[in-house]
Design a binder for this molecule. Structure first.
Ligand SMILES: [Zn+2]
Length: 317
């Protein structure tokens, strides 16, 4: 079955590519930063490959190369993983002058560095390009946990720390506070907060992803409400138990005092029943009387008993 991550990526992938060259370049730059490798042959020759595990994303990358720099990429498929169940798609761009131009313009290659580590600011000046960049980064190296799982989690895995800093800066510009960490030799940018994840998904146009996340949040919220209700009932129960034990203590005191003999038979019956059944509710206590008493009648008698108890403890002090 498709994971939530794949659903989100498919949704983005089904959408038309931007009509603006600046956005296309920003998206492609992010993809190359996340999933590209450069290969040098001799002093002058350079080629580029980009890998992904999705056929749809591979086709998208081929289109991006074509639309921005008229580069023709070729897709190679490999079967990887234990049972060869995972397919890896590699888009290969051989050495040519427009590839060199792409590498310079997209800030991938600055002459002496193999992969330029920071994000080229000219690429992400406009908001449309900033979100396009995030979209590319998520498609190439992102994943999101199904929101039905216990915790919310969205992450993007990158290969170097400076690029991660650039991403954090970009996310911050867009009002998203992200965290970062390290896993082996990889760097992670991650979001744990459902609000931030929702915002991220809507920025990259993953709207059904947002809807699903929000639905799950509502359901989780309802579950929280039910828990609160149960806790509230428990609290009431504890309160009534505490009241019952207080009544028992008063009745014991009354019984060993001269007041007891002067008390009406009715009050004595209710007092004795309470002593025998400290755990029952007022309603149940009423039903134990012969003939049965209403809850309010029991409450009334218990209040009288309490007042008598109060009177003797006042006398004592
Ligand atoms: Zn743009």
């Amino acid at each position: 079955m498709e994971t939530f991550s794949q659903q989100v990526k498919d949704e983005i992938n089904r959408q038309e590519l931007s009509r603006h060259h600046h956005c296309l370049k920003a998206e492609l730059a992010a993809i190359i930063h996340m999933a590209g490798s450069l290969h040098l042959a001799g002093r002058e020759r350079v080629s580029l490959s980009v890998t992904t595990e999705s056929a749809g994303i591979a086709r998208r990358i081929v289109k991006l190369f074509k639309m921005t720099y008229q580069l023709d990429g070729e897709i190679q498929v490999e079967e990887v993983g234990k049972l060869g169940k995972i397919r890896r798609y590699t888009i290969f761009i051989p050495d040519q002058s427009s590839l060199k131009m792409l590498l310079l313009e997209l800030g991938i290659f600055s002459g002496n560095n193999l992969l330029e580590k920071d994000i080229k600011l000219e690429l992400v000046k406009e908001r449309c390009c900033q979100t396009a960049f995030l979209r590319g980064a998520f498609l190439a190296g992102g994943s999101i946990t199904d929101p039905q799982k216990k915790t919310y989690h969205l992450e993007m895995v990158a290969h170097n720390e400076k690029f991660v800093n650039g991403m954090l800066y970009l996310l911050n510009l867009l009002g998203i506070k992200a965290k970062y960490g390290q896993r082996k030799d990889k760097y992670l940018i991650y979001l744990k907060d459902s609000e931030a994840i929702s915002k991220f998904l809507s920025l990259i146009n993953a709207n059904t992803g947002v809807i699903k996340l929000e639905e799950v949040k509502v359901i989780k919220g309802l579950r929280g409400d039910v828990n609160r209700l149960v806790n509230c009932e428990t609290a009431n129960l504890e309160k009534s138990l505490a009241a019952a034990w207080e009544q028992v203590a008063i009745i014991r005191e009354l019984r060993s005092s001269p007041v007891w003999t002067g008390m009406s038979e009715n009050l004595k019956i209710t007092a004795e029943l309470r002593l025998e059944h400290p755990e029952v509710s007022l309603k149940e206590l009423g039903e134990l009387h012969r003939p049965p008493l209403s809850k309010s009648a029991v409450n009334h008698r218990l209040r009288s008993i309490r007042n008598l108890g109060q009177a003797i403890s006042d006398q004592d002090s």
